[in-house]
Design a protein around this ligand. Structure first.
Ligand code: HEC
Length: 202
């Protein structure tokens, strides 16, 4: 009787061992993917526009505690300067933390790329991310993504690289930051400072 139980026990132990080894392999592979994504996101300058900044002696520095959480929704927008933009004048004006941009397309706000479900990319699939970056359409199928988001250039990355970037973004701590929707040029270049976005927590 003992003998008849021995084989299944050994088989079970083998199965458990194989499962543990494969889980470890998956975690290890995911860690490598996330590390590669971090490297790519860093050298592709995503933090320049998508990370809020702290102000040090040499000017703006990435605020590591709010990494890639987008244009801070609590910052009231200053008036857009009148008469500054034009074919013979400046092309764009940026906020001093480089998260908000004013140009002929109106005002655009760098999105929250952390995995917060309501305000970030928490509900996005890898496929949506790749389609958005490749086609320049919001969430892969909506309105045109506005400048200065350089999707035309980032879209030249391979699928493998975009997947790695997405895995890294999904691994970030979630930060709730309801980034403003873009403001169209029809609203004029001079307007009242806008109040913080609704749902803003920071
Ligand atoms: C020069 C500034 C700038 C840089 C650099 C930049 N972005 Fe953006 N990004 C923006 C702005 C501004 C928006 C919002 C555009 C809009 O609302 O249409 C945006 C939007 C996005 C979106 C949302 C697209 C959508 O579906 O609405 C994603 C995803 C994104 N950026 C990812 C990245 C990644 C990944 C990198 C680095 C590889 C990067 N961005 C680099 C400025 C930038």
């Amino acid at each position: 009787m003992n003998r008849s139980f021995r084989l299944p026990a050994i088989v079970l132990a083998g199965v458990l061992f194989a499962q543990a080894a494969s889980a470890q392999k998956t975690t290890g592979a995911n860690k490598k993917l996330v590390e590669r994504g971090k490297y790519l996101v860093t050298i592709a300058l995503c933090n320049d526009c998508h990370s809020p900044k702290k102000f040090g002696p040499n000017g703006p520095e990435v605020d590591e505690s709010k990494l890639l959480s987008g244009a801070p929704s609590h910052t009231p927008l200053p008036e857009s300067p009148a008469g500054v933009l034009g074919p013979d004048k400046w092309g764009v004006v940026a906020s001093n933390d480089l998260t908000t941009w004013f140009g002929p397309w109106g005002i655009s706000f760098a999105k929250n790329l952390t995995p917060d479900v309501e305000t970030g990319i928490g509900s996005w699939t890898e496929d949506m991310f790749i389609r958005a970056i490749r086609t320049g359409k919001d969430m892969g199928e909506g309105r045109q993504i506005l400048p200065p988001m350089p999707w035309q250039l980032i879209g030249k990355a391979t699928d493998a690289d975009l997947k790695a970037m997405f895995a890294y973004l999904k691994s970030l701590p979630s930060i709730k930051n309801a980034v403003h929707e873009p403001i169209p040029p029809s609203m004029g270049t001079v307007h009242e400072p806008i109040p913080p976005a609704t749902g803003a927590t920071k």
